[in-house]
Design a protein around this ligand. Structure first.
Ligand code: ADP
Length: 425
C-alpha cells in the first residue's frame, strides 16, 4: 500500500475532523489512535491520519511523538505529510507548532514549508498573515482567553517566528489569486533568502485549491482541515486516489447486536435520548451510584444483555443541568466526570464482550474513554450520519469487524441514534 497523503494531527477531535474532510473529498481514509504498531494491517487506503495528543504537551515530547508518526507514515509510502494543527493556531511561544514543523522539515529535507490554518467554510480566513475567526481578528476572538493557549497576536508570521528556528515569510492573497505558479515563484524567492516557512493567505475556498496544488508538490505542509481539503482535491484531480471506494467498503454489514451509550449532557443529546425512548429500551443510570462505586456498570450490563437479541438498547448517564450541577457540587466536577466516563467505558467493554459489534457513543470525553478502553488502533472513515459525524469501521480491533459512531454532545439531529443505527448495518 502506498499512501497518497499522511497526516499527523495534534489532537483527537482535530484528527477526526480532518479524516472526515478527506473522506468527503474522495480519499479513502483511516484515522489511527496514536502511532500505529509497525505491523498494523490496513485496508487499501489513500490517507492515514495519525491522532496524537501533542497540542499542549512539552515541546520536546511533541517533537518526538510527531517524528515517530512521520516515520511510520513515510514507511507506508506517504510522499507528503500534513502536520494538522488547530484552525485557531492554538500554541504558545514555546510551541508546539514551530518546533514540530522544524523537526519534520529537517527530516524530510525540504527547504521551506507552506503554513495556513485557513478554512473559509468554517470562518477561518487569513489575510496579510492575520488570522480571522469569523469577523474578528484572532486576538479579539474568544481564543484570547483560552485556558491553555491564549492567543494575543493575530499575525501568524510573528507568532510562528517566535516558535521556529528559521525566519518566517508571507505569501499573500495577491500571489494566491494569481495562481499556483505565482505562489511557487514566491516560495522560491523566500527560500533563497533562507526562510524556512511561509504563512499563506486564504480567504475563499478556491484559494485552498491553489494552495493544495502547490503543497502537493512538496513533502511537508502545516495547517488545518482547509489545507487538507486543498491537498485532497489536488490529489484527486491528479488521479492519485481512487474516489468513492471507501463508502462501499465501510458499508459492508458487520451484523450483530447494537447499543448506544450517552454521557453527554448537552441539550441536543438530551433531546436525542428522549426521542430514542420511542424506538428502543433506554436505561437511565444513577450518577450518584456510579460516583459512590455502587456497581452501576454491572447493573447496566445485567439490564442490557437479555435485551440485545431483540434490538438496540440505549444506556445514558446524561442528566439535566440542575442534576449535573448537584452531582458536581457533592463530588467535584472532575471526579464525577472521570468516574462516569470510566463507568461508560466499563459498560462498553462488557457490551462488546457480550457480542455488541455496532456501538454509538454520545459525548466527546465519553467517546475518548470508550475508544481507549476498547483499545481500537484505528478507524476507516465512512458515510456521514450528520455533519461531522461519520460511521467508523474499526481497523485492527481484537474483536474483528465493528462499527462505531462517536459524536460530540451538540452534534446530530433530533433522531441521531436511529439515524446512526440506520447507517450501521
Ligand atoms: P460533550 O461532548 O457533550 O461535552 P462529554 O462526554 O465530552 O460530552 O462530557 C460530558 C461529561 O459529563 C463527561 O465527563 C461525563 O462523564 C460527565 N457526565 C455525564 N453524565 C453526568 C451526570 N449525570 N452528572 C455529572 N456529570 C456527568
Amino acid at each position: 500500500m502506498t499512501l497518497a497523503l499522511g497526516c499527523i494531527a495534534d489532537d483527537y477531535t482535530g484528527a477526526s475532523d480532518l479524516a472526515n474532510t478527506l473522506t468527503r473529498a474522495g480519499l479513502r481514509t483511516v484515522q489511527t489512535i496514536g502511532v500505529p504498531a509497525d505491523d498494523l494491517a490496513l485496508p487499501e487506503v489513500d490517507a492515514v491520519v495519525v491522532s496524537l495528543k501533542s497540542r499542549s504537551i512539552e515541546a520536546g515530547l511533541a517533537v518526538t511523538r510527531s517524528r515517530a508518526a512521520d516515520k511510520w507514515l513515510r514507511s507506508r509510502g506517504a510522499s507528503h505529510v500534513l502536520f494538522k494543527i488547530c484552525s485557531t493556531f492554538d500554541s504558545t511561544n514555546a510551541g508546539n507548532i514551530g518546533p514540530v514543523m522544524d523537526a519534520l522539515r529537517d527530516d524530510c529535507g525540504e527547504a521551506i514549508v507552506l503554513v495556513t490554518p485557513a478554512f473559509p467554510e468554517t470562518g477561518r480566513t487569513v489575510y496579510q498573515g492575520n488570522l480571522f475567526v469569523g469577523t474578528v481578528p484572532l486576538n479579539e476572538s474568544p481564543l484570547k482567553d483560552h485556558p491553555l493557549n491564549p492567543m494575543h497576536d493575530s499575525n501568524l508570521v510573528r507568532v510562528l517566528a517566535r516558535q521556529s528556528r528559521t525566519k518566517v515569510g508571507l505569501v499573500n492573497l495577491a500571489a494566491v489569486t494569481r495562481g499556483a505558479d505565482a505562489v511557487r515563484a514566491q516560495l522560491t524567492e523566500l527560500s533563497a533568502k533562507g526562510l524556512g516557512a511561509a504563512i499563506i493567505d486564504a480567504v475563499f475556498d478556491r484559494d485552498l485549491e491553489t494552495i493544495g496544488l502547490v503543497a502537493a508538490g512538496h513533502r511537508l505542509s502545516v495547517g488545518a482541515s482547509g489545507i487538507g481539503l486543498g491537498l485532497a482535491r489536488a490529489l484527486v484531480s491528479a488521479g492519485r486516489v481512487s474516489p468513492n471506494v471507501a463508502a462501499a467498503e465501510v458499508g459492508t454489514p458487520v451484523g450483530g447486536p447494537a447499543a448506544c451509550l450517552a454521557g453527554s449532557c448537552s441539550q441536543a443529546t438530551l433531546q436525542q435520548i428522549a426521542n430514542a425512548e420511542r424506538v428502543m429500551p433506554v436505561l437511565h443510570l444513577e450518577p450518584e451510584q456510579i460516583v459512590a462505586g455502587g456497581g452501576e456498570a454491572q447493573h447496566a450490563l445485567a439490564w442490557a444483555r437479555p435485551r440485545l437479541a431483540d434490538g438496540p438498547v440505549l444506556i445514558a448517564s446524561s442528566a439535566t443541568p440542575e442534576a449535573v450541577a448537584a452531582v458536581q457540587a457533592r463530588h467535584g466536577r472532575d471526579a464525577a466526570g472521570h468516574a462516569i466516563e470510566q463507568a461508560m467505558a466499563d459498560i462498553a467493554e462488557g457490551l462488546v464482550q457480550s457480542g455488541v459489534r455496532r456501538l454509538v457513543v454520545a459525548g466527546g470525553e465519553t467517546s475518548g474513554a470508550v475508544v481507549d478502553r476498547l483499545k481500537i488502533p484505528g478507524f476507516l472513515v465512512g458515510a456521514e450520519i450528520a455533519a461531522g459525524v461519520p460511521v467508523l469501521r474499526a481497523v485492527g480491533a481484537n474483536e474483528g469487524g465493528m462499527l462505531l459512531a462517536l459524536k460530540s454532545g451538540n452534534f446530530g439531529g433530533p433522531e441521531f441514534f436511529s439515524d446512526a443505527l440506520g447507517l450501521m448495518r
